[in-house]
Design a binder for this molecule. Structure first.
Ligand SMILES: *Cc1c(COP(=O)(O)O)cnc(C)c1O
Length: 415
């Protein structure tokens, strides 16, 4: 056991467990996996090399890996209604890279949402491989509504004729009209790609539109709202399957991480259960309740609210930055991330906003009454970021709330 053989690392793990237990995890891309997902991650599949795909491997001894990977694929197909699934991408960024390299040549045009408007780094930011190897066209949200403007997206797409039109974001709190994106992609001859990393769990739970039947290719991480292990999958139409599979292996990756893929299979099975629908519905109800409390506390929300698991708070009216707020909330045990807002005047290291989400708190069992308490604590903190007395008062309220919603009780014997 690590406890006896490696006390220094044991301390790191047990400290992290108590941090997770005693704080409010509100980073919208994080969640708490089940004990079964943890068990699969720590399984002997970590020992195996299995380059290739089920029943077509470059190494021997893969019969049980094949059984496991086939189950992961079947479950993902069932969950999202996909024709073809590749479960091997190591994470969200490499999944996107695999799709780009399958469907484009360096220098081809990729059209995605700007980072400070809610897009992801891999959607064409200049510091990222996507912005370096491809010719990037970026669209924005509307300045007044802070919503996607499909008319403007259409004009831009027809002008530039991108090879891939990309939808799906990391900090956009609203639903997306995938049919409108489909029409635009068809009008300009582009592939429609959707990156549903953030909201895949909401799609699985039936509380967000499913892009899979509409798009040519869909990528998603498995560790956000979907509540699985760190990793990603790619889904596509059957006629693109060969290209996508080749781009993942041997194009970009070597051996798949079989223990992660095994944990993905476990998580997909959990997401197929009726309880997951209740979970996904509660995530959104909690986000809406939190939005209401923050608004009545005087905070401005980008786009006026949310219909997802996340919300963006514009702090510029309070005279503090996202960085200030993140730091103060961190001290009180409320974990959020600073985030740019549309047309932000601050840099991505400072920002004018914070991004909040409810997936992890909902996994702990918290509901609307807790969101009211937490919303009030957040309002109090952002109005008093320098007041140590208030920080410690909020921190003790946070600890009290956390003690009512125990996390990983079963691990108490081990840590
Ligand atoms: C999180 C995220 C990614 C990247 O996932 P990693 O696993 O961190 O590489 C890609 N796209 C979107 C939209 C995301 O939210």
């Amino acid at each position: 056991m690590i406890k006896d053989k490696d006390p220094k690392i044991f301390a790191c793990i047990s400290n992290e467990l108590s941090r997770q237990r005693n704080g409010l995890e509100m980073i919208p891309s994080e969640n708490f996996v089940s004990l079964e997902v943890l068990e699969a991650l720590g399984s002997v599949f970590t020992n195996k090399y299995s380059e290739g795909y089920p029943r077509k491997r470059y190494y021997g001894g893969n019969e049980f890996v094949d059984d496991m990977e086939e189950l992961a694929i079947e479950r993902a197909k069932q969950l999202f209604g996909a024709e073809h699934v590749n479960v091997q991408p190591l994470s969200g960024s490499p999944a996107n890279m695999a799709v780009y390299s399958a469907l484009m040549k360096p220098g081809n045009k990729l059209m995605g949402l700007k980072l400070d408007h809610g897009g992801h780094l891999t959607h064409g930011h200049p510091v990222n491989f996507s912005g370096k190897y491809y010719n990037i066209i970026q669209y924005e949200v509307d300045k007044d509504t802070e919503l996607l403007d499909y008319g403007a997206i259409r004009v831009l797409a027809l002008k530039h004729k991108p090879r891939i039109l990309l939808a799906g974001f990391t900090a956009y709190p609203r639903q997306i009209d995938f049919r409108k994106f489909r029409e635009i992609a068809d009008a300009c001859g582009a592939y429609l790609m959707v990156d549903m990393s953030h909201f895949a769990g909401l799609v699985a739970g039936g509380v967000y539109p499913n892009p899979v039947p509409v798009a040519d290719v869909v990528t998603t991480t498995t560790h956000k709202t979907l509540r699985g292990p760190r990793g990603a999958i790619i889904m596509c139409r059957q006629d693109l399957a060969k290209k996508i599979d080749k781009a993942v292996f041997p194009g970009l990756q070597g051996g798949p991480h079989d223990n992660n893929n095994c944990a993905k299979a476990v998580a997909f099975n959990e997401a197929l259960q009726p309880e997951f629908k209740t979970y996904a519905g509660q995530i959104v109800k909690n986000a809406v309740a939190l939005a209401k409390t923050l608004k009545s506390g005087g905070l401005r929300l980008v786009s006026g609210g949310t219909d997802t698991h996340l919300l963006l708070v514009d702090l510029s009216g309070l005279g503090i930055t996202g960085k200030d707020a993140e730091l103060a909330l961190d001290k009180a045990g409320i974990y959020v991330n600073k985030n740019t807002i549309p047309f932000d005047k601050e840099s991505p290291f400072v920002t004018s906003g914070i991004r909040l989400g409810t997936p992890a708190l909902t996994t702990r069992g918290m509901k609307e009454p807790e969101m009211k308490i937490i919303g009030d604590l957040i309002v109090r903190m952002v109005n008093n970021t320098d007041d140590e007395r208030i920080i410690s008062e909020v921190k003790s309220k946070v600890m009290e709330l956390c003690s009512k919603f125990p996390l990983y009780k079963e691990l108490s014997e081990k840590y």
